[in-house]
Design a protein around this ligand. Structure first.
Ligand SMILES: C[S@@+](CC[C@H](N)C(=O)[O-])C[C@H]1O[C@@H](n2cnc3c(N)ncnc32)[C@H](O)[C@@H]1O
Length: 386
């Protein structure tokens, strides 16, 4: 992790925290309505120090604040894991300062802490947030422990294609190619100790990647060298996680950019078994972007953020609504007659609007279409829910 990671909250972290806060509120509100004592558990496996140097809240405080907001009817229990002693200590202080002493800090590696935490969580519904700077917990821990729970469980996972590519580069580094041709020449140039260190680091890095991805299957995709190999590794990882975790798992992926309409810095993937989990997460993501957009739109001069360079960018929502109307009209033209809106996100939004447009834009698009149909074709009584 770069040394300055926690100096100032950077745009991708703002997006990530906005999404986390939005979704956790919805999750706790929903699943806590039927859980014992309104209890819901939340695990942050890579918690960090809790606050950035500029005092912006990190993910543990974002989550703890959700707990406070819902505390009249829900009890959100927090389990925060941080392996670095200095970060764990800073985290305890940040929690105390914010009045969240009851949130537990586990000063351990996430993969070591998770079994004990799962025991304490018992049968309460659970959201696990895994937000390392590199790779999250090993595949087996994720699917055979966390996602193997029979109770309500969801996982929000940070996925980095860049991190994967960096580690995959260890398959055939320059020094290895040279050493295969003439090992003695490399020893003379670098020294025996340095070569041994490189070899050990290579073995360790590749093992780390194998453990995370659940085997060495990814090597073939790297060797095939298709331009899309990083996305292919990600897609195959998601497929394998969902398959190994058992029936009913679905996912929602949202790219996290570092500027307005910029490329993804990393991706957040939600794994859920709930039929409407994708719908709820899409709304949370759209809402997070909307809030960030509005906050920075109306406050020029706020700290440099994803949206500060977008002071002149027009509100994207009318365009979202027009595109949704186009998607629905295309579907109707293809002979679709009626469908449950919540089950057809991909059809309504298309790849472009997933995670950006939510229920509000979908509702407006359907209302406008309905009004048009009423006026022009005389259709009555259409229900915007189906
Ligand atoms: C990207 S930061 C977390 C940021 C935090 N989630 C936030 O949004 O404010 C990753 C943190 O995970 C910690 N870490 C790294 N490897 C870990 C592991 N295996 N288990 C637990 N913590 C780990 C690092 O020390 C660092 O503080």
């Amino acid at each position: 992790m770069p040394e300055d990671f926690f100096h100032q909250k950077r745009p991708p972290a703002e997006v990530k925290h906005a999404i986390l806060g939005e979704y956790l509120s919805v999750f706790v509100g929903k699943v806590g309505s039927s859980s014992v004592g309104g209890r819901v558990a939340y695990v942050d496996g890579f918690a960090g120090p809790g606050v950035y140097d500029d005092e912006a809240p990190g993910s543990p405080l974002v989550a703890a604040n959700v707990g406070t907001l819902l505390s009249r009817s829900r009890q959100l229990r927090g389990f925060l894991v941080e392996e670095k002693a200095a970060h764990a200590q800073a985290l305890r202080e940040a929690l105390t300062g914010a009045g969240h002493d009851d949130w537990e800090v586990w000063e351990q590696r996430a993969e070591d802490a998770l079994p004990g935490i799962l025991e304490q969580v018992g049968s309460d519904p659970l959201l696990v947030f895994l937000d390392p700077h590199g790779l999250a917990v090993p595949f087996d821990m994720l699917v055979r422990r966390v996602m193997a729970r029979s109770e309500i469980t969801e996982v929000l996972l940070y996925f980095t294609q860049t991190g994967i590519a960096r580690l995959a580069g260890l398959l055939e580094p320059e020094w290895l190619r040279e050493a295969r041709q003439d090992r003695q020449a490399v020893v003379r140039a670098r020294g025996e100790a340095e070569l041994a260190r490189l070899e050990a680091a290579r073995r360790g890095g590749l093992q780390y990647l194998d453990d995370f991805l659940g085997g060495g299957w990814w090597r073939q995709l790297v060797a095939d060298a298709q331009p899309s190999w990083k996305e292919d590794v990600r897609n195959e990882y998601i497929r394998r996680v969902a398959e190994a975790a058992g029936p009913g798992w679905r996912h929602f992926l949202t790219p996290v950019p570092d500027r307005w309409e910029g490329p993804a810095r990393y991706e957040l993937i939600l794994f859920t078994r709930h039929a409407h989990g994708r719908w709820a997460f899409n709304n949370a993501t759209a809402q997070a972007f909307r809030r960030l957009y509005e906050r920075h739109w109306t406050q020029p001069g706020a700290m440099p953020t994803l949206f500060s360079e977008g002071q002149g960018i027009p509100d994207p929502r009318p365009d979202f609504i027009a595109k949704i109307k186009g998607n629905v009209t295309d579907a109707l033209a293809e002979g679709r007659t009626g469908f449950q809106v919540a089950n057809h996100l991909d059809l309504l939004l298309g790849e472009e609007l997933l995670g950006r447009a939510g229920a509000s834009e979908i509702r407006q698009a359907l209302q406008q279409l309905h009004a048009w149909l009423e006026q022009n074709v005389g259709v009555r009584g259409a229900d915007s829910g189906s």
